[in-house]
Design a protein around this ligand. Structure first.
Ligand code: TXA
Ligand code: MG
Length: 345
């Protein structure tokens, strides 16, 4: 299949909408990452997403809407809980996904046979325009091959998906750079299943009380069922081996310089770059600027693969404050939960 390149103009938006309405797949930019979209009400179209990504069938998809009223209009949810109104008032449209009891229109392929559905109203104008042009809600996971870092540019999408999908709509770089925050509203106390640009602190302020699922920062014990199936897979991983170091800034620089060499890369901050020698140093931004670190993380992981000769990547264990928690969550999965605590050695 030839993958059509579409751009930010009315004609191409209508073309994307038509492909989607006809049951095809289009990669679409959102404010978080690029999504691989299909008509969420069409089980056959949705099945093509799983095939193109190589995604396990037990991992459910997020349904994207362009209006709060779409949830009722298309029977996406059984009921809208009070908390959803409150969260939507503050964070929609935006990088927040809410899990609710699913409505009658949701095909099994979307919900992976769970009795819930994840819904998001993205703020990206192109994402909204394509949903409107399609005339239906769109199921869309991140538009990467399953297991690799999520795409934040159309180039990343084509690297993984060229020839496998009908079209990609180029909207430039995604602003947030990490996937949306996922919160479930079917537990007694709303619970964060995946951290993102809408932080736990912001959610707590809006709702009074939220919990953070154990799987956000810890490896799931064998046999424990994941609240969010996506959290059980090794994820976001470049081909090189990612190793996280828990240590002081001085120890970090010493350790990396000691282990430097041709096959070594380091994800670091701007302040580190002049102090590192004989390694490929990739800065995620200034120390403490978690927003920029989130924005650059996936592109940096893909760049490491682009070097071709990197076997080991070192990085600090990130802070869990604010958007830092989202960076932590992605990096610890990229590392397969391997952390070296230098204080203990
Ligand atoms: O920012 C985003 O959320 C992007 C853009 C395209 O919107 N989408 C995205 O989708 O990251 P995906 O499929 O890569 O991640 C969705 C996550 C997975 O971890 C999945 O297991 C979880 O949400 N999820 C979806 N439906 C769920 C449900 N009903 N219950 C629990 N977890 C669910
Ligand atoms: Mg994904």
């Amino acid at each position: 299949m030839q993958t059509l390149r579409l751009n930010h103009n009315e004609n191409d938006i209508q073309t994307a909408g038509k492909i989607l309405a006809d049951g095809g797949l289009v990669a679409v930019p959102t404010e978080t990452v690029y999504g691989l979209a299909a008509n969420a009400l069409d089980g056959e179209a949705v099945a093509k997403i799983f095939a193109a990504k190589g995604r396990p069938m037990d991992n459910p998809l997020i349904v994207h809407i362009a209006d709060f009223g779409d949830m009722e209009r298309f029977s996406l949810v059984r009921e809208i809980p009070e908390a959803a109104y409150r969260l939507a008032a503050t964070f929609w449209p935006g990088p927040l996904t809410m899990i609710m009891k699913k409505g009658s229109a949701i095909p099994d392929a979307v919900s992976a046979r769970l009795d819930t559905v994840a819904v998001r109203f993205p703020s990206h104008p192109l994402a909204q325009a394509v949903i409107r042009a399609a005339g239906v809600p769109l199921a869309a996971p991140s538009a990467n091959l399953s297991g690799s870092p999520s795409p934040t540019t159309a180039r990343h999408v084509l690297h993984d998906m060229d020839g496998k999908i009908d079209a990609v709509l180029d909207g430039g770089e995604c602003q947030v750079g990490l996937e949306s925050t996922v919160i479930t509203l079917v537990t007694d106390i709303p619970r964060v299943l995946r951290p993102g640009g809408v932080t736990v602190e912001m959610l707590t302020e809006a709702l009074g009380e939220v919990e953070v699922d154990d799987a956000v920062v810890h490896r799931l014990a064998d046999g424990v069922k994941a609240a969010s199936p996506g959290m059980k897979y090794k994820h976001y991983a470049p081909k090189a081996n990612v190793i996280l170091l828990q240590c002081s800034d001085a120890d970090f620089l010493d350790y990396v310089n000691c282990h430097a060499g041709r096959g070594v890369a380091v994800l670091c901050c701007d302040e580190d770059v002049p102090l590192l020698h004989n390694v490929k140093a990739i800065s995620l931004g200034c120390r403490g600027d978690y927003g920029t670190q989130a924005h650059r993380l996936f592109d940096s992981l893909r760049r490491i693969d682009g070097y071709g000769d990197v076997l080991t990547v070192f990085s600090r264990l990130p802070s869990t404050d604010g958007v830092g928690l989202a960076v932590y969550n992605r990096l610890i999965r990229a590392a397969g939960f391997e952390v070296i605590d230098l204080g203990k050695n």
